[in-house]
Design a binder for this molecule. Structure first.
Ligand SMILES: [Zn+2]
Length: 185
């Protein structure tokens, strides 16, 4: 019999790090949370050094996620993918901004080619990024995959504004800590 359902989980510590009762107003607060999620993920060994979160226009937290590829035996279980999936389920909308509103994804590192593709369809209006792809490839062994040469422009043309290098050094520090372990998880 073939399975008809998949099940993905996030680690329970997410709720200790991500505060659903507060407003994350600035870009730095939002990426700061994504980096905090990435830091906890390697501290608890629950996944790779990546975190992401979705916010509405008021800074309310819609979803918070971390990389779960190894833990969930699932190559798509990147932080950004899980943040989109949880937010879409929560809002009951396969495009987050379909019913209006303004949604932001904050991620600890530049989306890989998979998460970049997902970003085109997820229904966000703003993408906030910590570390660059070259930081990921310099400090860890991950391959970020091919992207269009003008990847920010392709998003901008689809109504998604992009802001990069937010708290980049903090994001790099987590990648470096992970890379120094020499492990993959
Ligand atoms: Zn990814």
């Amino acid at each position: 019999m073939l399975p008809l359902q998949i099940h993905l989980t996030l680690p329970p510590w997410i709720e200790d790090v991500a505060d659903a009762s507060r407003r994350y107003v600035t870009d730095e607060e939002r990426v700061g949370l994504a980096i905090e999620l990435s830091r906890h993920n390697i501290q608890y060994g629950s996944g790779g050094p990546f975190g992401a979160a979705v916010f509405d226009e008021h800074g309310r937290l819609i979803s918070a996620a971390a990389n779960r590829v190894v833990a969930q035996t699932c190559s798509v279980a990147h932080a950004e993918m899980l943040a989109y999936m949880v937010a879409q389920q929560r809002l009951a909308s396969y495009r987050l901004n379909e019913q209006g509103g303004h949604y932001t994804l904050a991620t600890s590192a530049q989306p890989c080619c998979q998460c970049y593709g997902a970003t085109v369809w997820a229904g966000i209006d703003t993408l906030l990024i910590g570390a660059r792809a070259e930081d990921v490839e310099e400090l860890t062994e991950f391959d970020e995959g091919p992207l269009p040469a003008d990847w920010p422009g392709e998003l901008e043309r689809r109504g998604i504004s992009v802001r990069r290098d937010i708290l980049r050094e903090q994001a790099r520090a987590v990648l470096a800590a992970y890379g120094a372990t020499g492990e993959s998880y």
